[in-house]
Design a protein around this ligand. Structure first.
Ligand code: HEM
Length: 542
C-alpha cells in the first residue's frame, strides 16, 4: 500500500475505523448519513433510463420535498424556466406529490376541459377547503352536487341584484374613506396634503365590507364590528399552504380555524332561525334564495349546508377580489397618465354641475371601456390563483399537439398524479403576448389584436351547461382569469362590479401616486398578493 497517496490513506483509516467501530456507532453513522444516501439515491434514480411514456421530471436534489422551494417562491418563473428545459409538459415533485404541468392554451384546455371522471378538483382541494367551509359543500360532496350548489348561488346573482349592489358598494367605500384612519388626510378636506394607505390591508377591509353588505346580507354586515370580522380572520389564518399540506396539526392556528368554523356556522344558523321566526319572504338575498332551493332529488338544502355555502362564498371572493383591486390601484398609482384617463372617463359619464358625480348604475359599467380595460389588464398580469390543479383518477394520454416523446408515441399521465394548468403563466407568456410584462390596458381597447381574440375565445366560444347554467367553453384561451369548464367561477360578474365600483369611487375622490420599485407578487399565501409593506400615496381631488 502506498500510504503517501492522501486518498488511499483516508480509505485505510476509514476501513480501520469501521472494523474497530462498535455496532451502535455504525448504526449512528448510518442514520447520520441517511439524508446524504437519500439524496444520492434520488439523483441516481433520476439518471436511470425512464419510461418514455412518462413526461420528463424536473431535476431535484431532495426526495419528497422535490421542487417545492422553487415552485413556492415564484411559480410563474419556475414554469417558465422548466419550459425552456423540458417543453410544455413536465412533472415536478411537490412534497411527495407528482404534479404534471401542462403549459400554454392547449395545456389550459387539457386541464380545464378534462372529464370529471378522469380529472377531479375535490381530491386536491378538499383538505384545505373542507375544514374552512365546512362539510357537505363544494369539494366535500360529489361533483354533481357542487354543480347544483353553484346553480343555487347563481340564481341569486341576477342583473336586478347587481343594480342594487352597485350603490351599496359606492356607499361602503365612501363611508370608509370618510371615517377610517388611513384616510385622515382626505377627511381634513385638504387638497394639497398627501396621505398614504396600506393598499392590501385597506382593500381587504373594503372588500369584506362591500361583500357582506351585498352578498352576505344585512345581518352579517351589521355584525362586522361585533366579532364576525375576528372569526373571519381566524378562519382565514387556516387558509394557507401549510393547512393545505397538513390538514390537522396540533397548532393554535388549526384550533382557531376549527373554532371559528363552528362559531361562524352557528352564526349563520342563528340568522336563518331568526328569519324563520319572522317572515322569511321579507328577505331577498343569497341566503334567502338558498333557503328556498331544493336539490334535483327533491330534498331541501339543509341549514348547515347553507351556512357552509355562505362561508365558502365569503372566502372565495375575499382574497381574489381584494388582491385584484389592490393591483389595479397600484398600477394606477404607478401610471398617473392612465389614472387621469380613467378619471376623465368618469367625468364624461357621470359628471354633473358643481364638479360632482351622479351615481353609477350597473348598465353604465358596460359602457366604460377604460375601466374595463384597466381591470382586464390587471387580471391578466396578476391572476390571484396561479395554479389550477386536478387529481388524476385514471391514466390520461396527453394530446400529441400539446407534447409528445416522439412522432409515434404519446405521454401518459398516470393515475394518482396531479395535473396543473397555469393561466397565470399563459397570461404572461412572452411568446403569446406583446410586451407581456408591461401593464398596458390599451391592448384591450384594440378590437382586433391578440387580446381581443383571447377575450373572444374566453367569453364568446360555444356555450356549455355543466349544471349551473350556460357558460362559454373557452378552455383553450390563453386568458382565463376566472377559470373555465365545470369549475368556472360563478362570482365573475359580481367581482367585476365590486372591483369596478370600488375603483371608480376612489378615483373620483383621490389622485394617487406610487413611490419606489413596483411591488413584486407574494406567492407564499394561497392567493397572489402584492408583497408587503406597500403603501399608496393619495391626495384629495380639487
Ligand atoms: C372558481 C377566480 C371572485 C366564487 C374560480 C376559479 C377561478 C376563480 C380561477 C376556478 C378554480 C378552479 O378551476 O379550480 C376568481 C377571481 C375573482 C373571483 C380572479 C375575483 C377577481 C369570486 C367571487 C366569488 C367566487 C366574488 C363569490 C361570489 C367562486 C366559486 C367558484 C370559483 C363558487 C367555483 C369553484 C368550483 O367549481 O370548483 N374563481 N374568482 N369567485 N369562484 Fe371565483
Amino acid at each position: 500500500t502506498n500510504y503517501s497517496e492522501p486518498w488511499t490513506g483516508y480509505l485505510v483509516q476509514a476501513q480501520e475505523q469501521i472494523v474497530s467501530a462498535s455496532l451502535p456507532r455504525l448504526a449512528l453513522l448510518f442514520v447520520i448519513n441517511i439524508p446524504i444516501i437519500a439524496v444520492v439515491l434520488n439523483v441516481l434514480y433520476q439518471l436511470l433510463p425512464r419510461d418514455p411514456s412518462l413526461p420528463p421530471v424536473v431535476f431535484h436534489w431532495i426526495p419528497w420535498f422535490g421542487s417545492a422551494a422553487q415552485y413556492g417562491q415564484d411559480p410563474v418563473e419556475f414554469f417558465a424556466s422548466c419550459r425552456e428545459k423540458y417543453g410544455n409538459v413536465f412533472t415536478f415533485v411537490l412534497l411527495g406529490k407528482r404534479v404534471t404541468v401542462t403549459l400554454g392554451p392547449k395545456g389550459n384546455d387539457f386541464v380545464f376541459g378534462g372529464k370529471h371522471t378522469v380529472v377531479a378538483a375535490e381530491e386536491v382541494y378538499s383538505s384545505l377547503t373542507t375544514p374552512v367551509f365546512g362539510s357537505d359543500v363544494v369539494y366535500d360532496c360529489p361533483n354533481e352536487v357542487l354543480m347544483e350548489q353553484k346553480k343555487f348561488v347563481k340564481v341569486s346573482l341576477t342583473t336586478d341584484k347587481f343594480r342594487e349592489y352597485i350603490g351599496m358598494v359606492d356607499d361602503e367605500v365612501t363611508q370608509y374613506m370618510d371615517n377610517e384612519p388611513p384616510f385622515r388626510v382626505f377627511q381634513t378636506g385638504s387638497t394639497t396634503e398627501w396621505g398614504s394607505f396600506s393598499v392590501y390591508k385597506t382593500l381587504a377591509e373594503m372588500t369584506i365590507l362591500t361583500a357582506s353588505r351585498t352578498l352576505q346580507g344585512k345581518e352579517i354586515r351589521d355584525s362586522m364590528s361585533k366579532g364576525f370580522a375576528d372569526l373571519y380572520h381566524d378562519l382565514d389564518h387556516g387558509f394557507t399552504p401549510l393547512h393545505w399540506m397538513f390538514t390537522n396539526l396540533p397548532l393554535p392556528s388549526y384550533w382557531k380555524r376549527d373554532d371559528a368554523q363552528r362559531k361562524m356556522t352557528d352564526f349563520y344558523l342563528g340568522i336563518m332561525n331568526k328569519r324563520r321566526e319572522g317572515n322569511p319572504d321579507d328577505y331577498d338575498d343569497v341566503m334567502s334564495s338558498l333557503m328556498r332551493q331544493t336539490y334535483r332529488d327533491g330534498r331541501s338544502v339543509p341549514d348547515h349546508e347553507i351556512a357552509h355555502m355562505m362561508i365558502a362564498l365569503l372566502m372565495a371572493g375575499q382574497h381574489t377580489s381584494s388582491s385584484s383591486t389592490s393591483w389595479v390601484l397600484l398600477h394606477l398609482a404607478d401610471r398617473p397618465d392612465i389614472a387621469e384617463l380613467l378619471y376623465q372617463e368618469q367625468v364624461e359619464h357621470f359628471g354633473i354641475s358643481g364638479g360632482d358625480f351622479r351615481e353609477m348604475t350597473y348598465e353604465d359599467m358596460k359602457d366604460l371601456p377604460i375601466l374595463d380595460a384597466v381591470i382586464r389588464e390587471t387580471l391578466r398580469m396578476h391572476s390571484p390563483i396561479h395554479s389550477i390543479m386536478r387529481y388524476v383518477r385514471s391514466d390520461i394520454p396527453i394530446p400529441s399537439s400539446l407534447a409528445a416523446p416522439s412522432e409515434d408515441n404519446v405521454y401518459v399521465v398516470p393515475k394518482g398524479y396531479t395535473v396543473l394548468a397555469s393561466p397565470a403563466h399563459s397570461q404572461l407568456d412572452p411568446l403569446l403576448w406583446k410586451d407581456a410584462n408591461v401593464w398596458d390596458p390599451n391592448r384591450w381597447l384594440d378590437k382586433v389584436g391578440f387580446a381581443a381574440q383571447a377575450r373572444k375565445e374566453y367569453d364568446e366560444s360555444s356555450q356549455v351547461d355543466f349544471g349551473f347554467g350556460l357558460v362559454s367553453k373557452g378552455t383553450g384561451s390563453p386568458y382565463l382569469p376566472f377559470g373555465a369548464g365545470r369549475h368556472r367561477c360563478i362570482g365573475e360578474q359580481f367581482a367585476m362590479l365590486q372591483i369596478g365600483a370600488i375603483v371608480s369611487t376612489m378615483v373620483r375622490k383621490v389622485e394617487t401616486r406610487f413611490e419606489g420599485p413596483f411591488p413584486k407578487p407574494d406567492y407564499t399565501s394561497m392567493m397572489v398578493t402584492p408583497l408587503q409593506p406597500c403603501d399608496i400615496l393619495y391626495r384629495r381631488r380639487k
